[in-house]
Design a protein around this ligand. Structure first.
Ligand code: ATP
Length: 250
């Protein structure tokens, strides 16, 4: 079953046409990578999927995006973002909040859970799910900024998971992390796909090859090729894909 389907999707920043006629089917409970050179529109595409893009006044979306068959433009945007969570390239926990409160804040603001006990349990669950619990269980009241960069990114993943989304969008989640922290996040992505649909943006073909089941290759706003990871890497149909994978463009 497809979690997300885009239909004839076009995106403009004022008169600049940055996403052109993209039709994609994103299957549920798989890792789907959006790969392509800098400026090809990966982040713009990703942000459209949970209606975060519309917070940017110059952006305009044409076409449709369906979440389990229903247009996200017919849903409340807050509901869309609850069902489709996001993790960013800039590791961005709330610096003035504790580890615990960083995970609990979405639950409190959205009034998802009311009792302290329920919130406690959900925070613990999300920290376990993001492979962080053992490292932070004795310092839940410490500021988030006292964690390492990799731990802070897993905290951001826990914050997204706490709302029990169905889809998690990740925009270059390891771009600012060292190789050890990157490997932990990649292992975590592998674990999470049992329960979640993950759409990850990366400009690194090797990361796409390591973590994903499906890859879409974008170039200058166009979808050049999409397929299973083995097919794309071992037997690309398009010359442009092959040139990108062999480092001759991008
Ligand atoms: N707020 C904006 N206003 C106008 N143009 C924008 C805006 N944000 C991005 N763009 C332009 O849209 C195009 C796509 O940008 P986008 O950030 O989506 O690409 P990307 O593939 O994610 O790049 P990178 O890998 O460098 O992050 C680029 O030409 C960029 O300059």
């Amino acid at each position: 079953m497809n979690a997300i389907v885009t239909e004839n999707l076009h995106i403009y920043y004022r008169s600049s046409h940055v996403i052109k006629e993209i039709n994609l089917k994103i299957p549920e409970k798989r890792v789907f990578a959006i790969m392509g050179p800098s400026g090809c529109g990966k982040s713009t595409f990703l942000r459209a999927l949970n209606r975060l893009l519309e917070l940017n006044e110059s952006a305009r979306v044409k076409g449709d995006i369906r979440l389990y068959g229903k247009s996200i433009f017919e849903m409340n945007p807050v509901e869309v973002r609850k069902r489709i969570g996001m993790v960013f390239q800039q590791v961005n926990p709330f610096p003035h909040l504790s580890v615990f409160d960083n995970v609990a804040i979405g639950l409190r603001l959205n009034r998802v859970l009311k009792s302290k006990k329920e919130i406690m349990e959900r925070v613990k669950w999300a920290l376990k799910k993001s492979a962080l619990w053992d490292e932070v269980k004795d310092r839940l009241e410490a500021p988030a900024t006292s964690l390492s960069g990799g731990q802070q990114q897993r905290l951001c993943i826990a914050r997204a998971l706490a709302l029990k989304p169905e889809v998690i969008l990740m925009d270059e989640p390891t771009a600012n992390l060292d190789p050890v922290a990157t490997e932990k996040i990649e292992d975590l992505i592998y674990e999470l796909k049992r329960d979640y649909t993950i759409v990850i943006v990366t400009h690194s073909p090797s990361q796409a090859a390591r973590v994903s089941d499906y890859v879409a290759f974008l170039y200058m706003g166009e979808l050049i090729e999409v397929g299973e990871v083995e097919q794309i890497f071992e037997n690309p149909r398009e010359k442009l894909t092959e040139r990108y994978l062999t480092g001759r463009i991008g």
